[in-house]
Design a protein around this ligand. Sequence first.
Ligand code: TEU
Ligand code: CA
Length: 589
Amino acid sequence: EEQRPWWKGVVAYQVWPMSFKDSNGDGIGDIQGIISKLDYLKDLGVDVIWLSPTYKSPMDDWGYDISDYQDIHEQFGTLDDMEQLINEIHKRGMKILLDLVITHTSDKHPWFIESRKSKDNDKADWYMWADKRPGNEINGELVEEPSNWRAAFGGSAWTYVKERDQYYIHLFLVSQPDLNWDNPDVREAVYQSAVKFWLDRGVDGFRVDTANRFHKDPNYPDIEPTVAGKWQPGSKHYINGPKMHEWLQELRAKMHRDTNGKDLMLVGELPLTPYEELLKYVIPERKELSMVFDFDMIKLGNNDNPDEFAKHEVSNFMDRDPSFTLPKFKTAIQKVQNLITDTNAWGTIFSSNHDQGRDIPRYATPLPKYWRKAGKLLALLQTTLSGTQFIYQGQEIGMTNMPESWGVSEFRDPDALIYIEDYCNLHRDKDPNARENAIKGVFKVGRDNGRTPMQWSDEPNGGFTGSNPTWMRINENYTYLNVKAQQADPDSIWNFWRARIAMRKLHRELFMFGTFALYDYANEQTFTYTKMSTTGQMALVILNFSNDELPLNTLQRHLLGHTYRLLASNVSKVRERLQAWEGRVYLIR
Ligand code: TEU
Ligand code: CA
């Protein structure tokens, strides 16, 4: 049989360092803190750790704004700490992925400091500069910027620099200028400092940030207005540009060359990318990325909004996001399952990361009485789907969103803060409650929801840090919702995750690699699928995504047949009828 690459059969865990574990009492997570929790991760069943950025950074976007790829942000530690972390991870038989943020740098990166000085310096064309143009009228306002593109975090995607009398592009913050990937010197410098430097230090791969945004349409075409104001969401002109593939192939070839062909794990963040286009990135023959983070499911819980400009619209909902329907959810999941089943490409399974609200209210229910069962239901779902599974810190104990009683002063995410201002400016006239509505939206889907400090125990500050105030407020429910309490409780979400990960590994042919078949696409309450291994084993998964108690339907009974064994369920006693939010996994013989 063909040898499978190692990265297909692993369980990965994302660490967001600011909030994982503080070792020195300054209230900020750090590398020594992570080292102190490696045995914890190993015990949970984790094989690969993806570390969000720890590089030198002004922290405008909490590390996704890098000012030196070859150094460590001082609050996280030193290069020696990092070396120790890599060693300690390897010593335990685990692997480490670093975050590769190379669409943009920080504006404090020496490359940009140089580039912005003049039009004829060494690095003059290392970023994307363009002249002011004769004003165009858009939505009744004059736009002199090179285009009317809107930045992901709000406002124009262009910022003016007097020294050059030009604008530069930033798809995210003003302080995150986009690199000019068309310039081969830039590609080589990025490779040497952000990639090779770390390959030489033994990392096992990278999570590639915004892996489809390097190439922008050089004509900078204006976008037809679809939202209020001058700045328009224009992802079609900078997502999946044709040169993306050429550049990723070049990057991959260099990695291959400099590691003697080491089998690296490269997982690319590829939002807003249709199936056929995804394949181009992850079909192994093309030698680009090893697997994709597809975002269809994630965007579904975010009000379906491709350019994320409607957070307010999801406020005031009682249960799930109103745009959420179970059939849409199934379709999103099926996309990645099909990719794995029908081609030799590979994908990931994940429901959370540092850019999202917590998953239980988004994909299941915010009703506290179902919290435990819903958390386990999502674990049952994800540990039985094919692909490389990613768990985000805190997901294993069902951590929850920021409570709405917190004020705006607890927000730390620039995306949220700019969004609130932006929204007020645009909607103040029509909506007297603009500010409150914007804030409500952030409480529902804002990124800070996933960034509160990890809840380790019921000690002060949740065992995240000593007595200092934490850099971001910790959720007060840490007194009962924490790792230590859940480890001691056999019925906890943590123990359930741990057992499911073990089950996934024990039946890897079925759960990690099996063929997925969906049976009840249109059903709004249940999600029923089978997994089939090449060795002829079959599993049946039945999940009740509703508040109702339901009898097994004809289809489910039929699939169950006569000889089956219950492998897992999220209720203490499985009866005839499915309880609300109950899930079951059967082995069928
Ligand atoms: O995110 C890029 C991305 O596609 C998002 O989902 C992004 O979070 C969203 O547009 C914001 O509302 C990556 C990182 O994961 C994110 O933390 C960074 O802020 C971003 O890139 C910029 O580097
Ligand atoms: Ca610290």
